[in-house]
Structures are given as C-alpha cells and as structure tokens.
Write a protein that binds this ligand. Structure first.
Ligand code: AMP
Ligand code: MG
Length: 322
C-alpha cells in the first residue's frame, strides 16, 4: 500500500502551528478555569429553578442576526435546515409550555463570520449560555445576571487559586461590587463618539449595562418611547467589550409583523412562528445569551478569544486543518 506523503510546505507549516496551539502550556489551566465557570453557571441555574434544555443544532429556522454571515444551510430529507445561530425562537416557543417558566441552554452556535470579524472577540463557532424567562423584564434579567456573575466569580476565585497563580494574573478583576451601572447607547455616544463601546469598556473597572440598540426584530421596542428599545448588552470592563446581549421580546402579532417589515425579514420562512404569534401563543418573555469563550477570555485576561480554544476558529484565516 502506498503511504500518502504530505509535501505541501504551507500545509506542513499550518500543521506545526496548529499542534503548537494544541500543546500550549497554559491551555489546560484556561480550560480548567472555563470548566469551573460552567460548573458555577449550572449550579446557579439549578439553584434558581432555571430548567436546562439540551441544544438543537439544526433547525428549519434560526436567528436572522443583524449582521451578514456566510450561509450554512444543509438538506435533510429534501428539507432545508440551518445550523443554529442562536436558539432565540426555540426559547420563546418552548416557554409556551404552561409549566416552563425559566429555561437555559448551553448552546453551540455556528455563525460563519466574514473575514472582517477576524478580530480579538469573534469565532465562527462558539458556545452561548442562552436563557429566557417567561414574564421577564429588563430588570429581572439584570438582577439575575448580576447574581450569576458574582456567584461564578466568587466560586472560581476560591476554586481556581492555583490556576490564576499559574497564569500570573491575580483575581482583582473578578471582585464584583454590583449592581452594575446602566448607560444608554445615546448617552455614551454623546460622550465618546462612534467608538463609545470600546472606550467606555477600557475606562471601566466593573462590568456595565449598555441599553437601547436598534437590531433584530424580536427585541422589543419601547412603545412609550418610540425608536428606543428595551434591550441591553453587558460590557466587560478593561477593554474586553461585549459579553452578553439580550432584550425583552416582541411577542404580539402586529408588533412582530411591523418590526419584521422594518428589518426586511423573510416572513415566509418564519410563517409558523408568525402563526403562533397570530394565535396569541407566543409568551411574553425576556432573556439574554452570553458567550462562554468571551467570559473565559475576560476571566483569564487573554488578549484573543482564539487563545482560549483548543482549535482555532478565528474567522478570516486562509485555511483550517483540524
Ligand atoms: P448576540 O445575541 O448575537 O450578541 O450573541 C450573544 C453573545 O454570544 C454575545 O454577546 C457574545 O458574548 C457571544 N457571541 C456572539 N457572536 C460571537 C462570535 N462570533 N464569537 C464568539 N462569541 C460570540
Ligand atoms: Mg450582541
């Protein structure tokens, strides 16, 4: 039998680089801290009665997002499915079960980000802790998330002392005083200009809430204050920027249609979702999702999000081998 010989210089170099990344000395330490974060998150969810759903990775509908990504549809039995970009619609629909009140999913998301997102905080697949509360509001989500961060950070400070020492980074960035400050996008834009999120994040020493973003149709508009939105991001301090996005959701038929038309969303694709709204079967909810790798990056004070993964998923590279 003839053995295959890999001769392509470029690919050989890539193989060496990839294995160097896999074998990095600090990787097990980072993974250990990430595991402790996930353990604390699960524990907090359990203690607060938030029921865990397992993820769906394939679905006929998924998050339309508010930025362009490469499409990744696949065909199953002649029907088109998408890889999950987020479980937003599934969260809303699951909560129509009268006995489910609060849910979360540790959800793998595939978003084939364009090369310009080859920055320090995007991957083209990542894991999101995605939660949603029936009858939730902005305030209930803020209080819940502030509690989660404090619980998780207190746990890892204690549990991972030796690991933080190994990374040589200390833990003062994990001392959470909360409740977090709340700022609107308009307020910070007026203060710092277009790059307000990055500048405010660099100046901050505690996470803060950034409220009111015009984005996906499902984030609720404030009807007492048209043109503003009851949605929010959590911004990590020290320049680590966005760590979570969420909102109170549109759930009424007329509002969903209005917002879909504004966002030029394909209504035929979402026809079953729209039908549920029309029947009044979409519950009133609020929720959010935070990126696990982004939280790990902040906690471990790593420059690049790609530094916390075993295999590179940084967008815009010429080639990926594993
Ligand atoms: P979104 O609702 O689209 O903002 O996604 C929720 C959260 O998932 C974000 O706040 C990030 O923490 C994380 N996230 C979103 N896109 C990416 C990405 N391409 N790479 C890594 N994390 C991401
Ligand atoms: Mg976001």
């Amino acid at each position: 039998m003839k053995t295959y010989v890999l001769e392509d210089e470029k690919e050989l170099k890539l193989l060496d680089e990839t294995m160097e990344k896999v074998r990095r000395e600090k990787l097990p330490t980072i993974l250990g801290i990430q595991q402790a974060i996930l353990r604390a998150v699960d524990d907090y969810m359990y203690k607060n009665g938030v029921v865990r759903l397992l993820p769906n990775m394939l679905a006929p509908i998924t998050d339309p997002l508010c930025h362009s990504v490469e499409e990744c549809a696949i065909t199953y039995q002649g029907q088109e499915f998408n890889l999950t970009k987020s479980m937003i619609f599934h969260k809303q629909i699951a909560l129509s079960n009268p006995n489910l009140q609060k849910i979360y999913i540790v959800s793998p998301n595939v978003r084939l980000e364009l090369p310009e997102r080859g920055d320090k905080r995007h991957l083209f697949e990542f894991t999101q802790v995605d939660f949603e509360f029936k009858d939730g509001t902005m305030d209930t989500v803020f209080e819940f998330m502030e509690g989660l961060i404090k619980y998780a950070f207190d746990y890892i400070k204690e549990e991972c002392k030796d690991k933080f020492e190994k990374l040589g980074i200390g833990t003062s960035h994990l001392d959470i005083t909360g409740p977090f400050e709340r700022h609107t996008t308009q307020e910070l834009k007026a203060k710092y200009g277009d790059d307000f999120e990055a500048i405010a994040s660099k100046k901050a020493t505690q996470p803060f809430w950034l409220i009111n973003h015009k984005r996906e149709f499902y984030d609720a508009e404030d009807l007492d204050n048209r043109g503003t939105y009851r949605n929010y991001d959590l911004i990590w301090p020290m320049g680590y920027v966005e760590g979570l996005s969420g909102g109170e959701r549109e759930y009424k038929y007329d509002r969903i249609i209005t917002r879909m038309r504004e966002a030029k969303t394909d209504e035929s694709l979402l026809r079953n979702y729209i039908e549920l709204a029309k029947r009044g079967e979409l519950p009133k909810t609020a929720g959010a999702g935070f990126g696990v790798e982004r939280m790990t990056r902040f906690v471990c004070q790593q420059q690049e999000i790609d530094d916390v993964t075993v295999f590179s998923r940084k967008p815009g590279k010429e080639k990926y081998i594993f």
